[in-house]
Design a protein around this ligand. Sequence first.
Ligand code: SF4
Length: 462
Amino acid sequence: MSDTLFHKVWNAHAVRTLPSGQTQLFVGLHLVHEVTTPQAFDMLRQHGWRVAFPDRTFATVDHIVPTSTQQRPFLDVMAEEMASALERNCRDAGIPLWAPDNDNQGIVHVIGPELGLTQPGMTIACGDSHTSTHGALGAIAFGIGTSQVRDVLASQCLALDPLKVRRIEVTGSLGRGVYAKDVILTIIRRLGVQGGVGYAYEYGGSTLEAMTIDERMTICNMSIEGGARVGYVNPDDTTFAYLRGRPFAPSGDAFDRAVAWWRQTASDQNAVYDDRVAFDASAIEPTVTWGINPGQSVAVSEPIAAEPNDEALAFMGFRPGARVQGTRIDVAFIGSCTNGRLSDLEEAARIVRGHRVAPHVKALIVPGSRAVRREAEARGLDQVFIDAGFEWRGAGCSMCLGMNPDRLVGNQMSASSSNRNFKGRQGSPTGRTLLMSPAMVAAAAIAGEVVDVREILEGVPA
Ligand code: SF4
């Protein structure tokens, strides 16, 4: 019987139906980090339970890591305590941990795919909202809370309600200067930040099929910002080529056998969906948020909505009918699990090469992982950014969340390649965040204000 990837993977991992009506779902891969796990490990200890599958559990340190120096002990006592607790818990449980000084360290949603841990047909859980990122490789990946982290550590299972599946079809070619980030901001704008509640989002269509895995990760990453618990793209030859040769991917004959199975997990041609929506890629423009949730966005050339949300406008300092284009910025941040990958840095470097950051702008480049940083340095991108006046930082979440020393101050306006523009998200209660693509952030850093990256790209060879 034809079916969607979501149902195939769900059914393959269903242990039983619980008396509550929920499904007990086996979790193939559990990714952990320092913020949502200390209490979960404490709860295990209180019950005298052991970690059920340490070989299916992997840990990294990302949210609290300072990016200017990763020297221990961290100056922030609480950050040092969190990192030390994770080190202790992983050592006791036999869980591999990529500590701040390890070559594999990085943001949990960057290193999982990078190391080949994330694979098609898997169920994945992590105590972080943006776990949906891993769906870019055809996994169904759930962001979970601390008590669920405890459940997965103790049993490798989750109790979950089934989801409906919405097929989001994007077709056609993106214009120059329009990126995956613009696609997902446009999807969230149209469907709403609550539009995906109760759904898994399956992204497809010719636009998605032409995208790299990095681009698909940017799309899947922000599914949760549209209310969807899960977002995924069906695995295809692009997926398999990405995984071949990665440290934790199968190798040799096992890789070929895995590909045969991975292919079968993809949604069937005549699969039935609970809902379908379509987008025309050629109509999507560089997009920026103007408000305090990721659905409050406009095309850069467009005035802000006619039916404005007063609270959001007042907080951000915009008037109805105003344009975001031309807004003076104080900070430019390129990084995060949404847009901190090598391809993001390459595109940003193309824009800043030969230019200088505006004197009033503090500009940060924060690679998503140590591997991204190494590869960027091998390609000379670090020097491009440094020459332009950017700060070249170590890997971590940095100013996406501000749980580390990288924070906005006062009501600074930030052009950010991250995923959330909630009040206070970047570390200052009054700090303001404009979400956009890394290329748009790079262009804003140079201009000192929000500009249309397409104008800058006119002078850059394709
Ligand atoms: S980069 Fe931001 S969204 Fe991603 S894991 Fe870190 S804090 Fe969460």
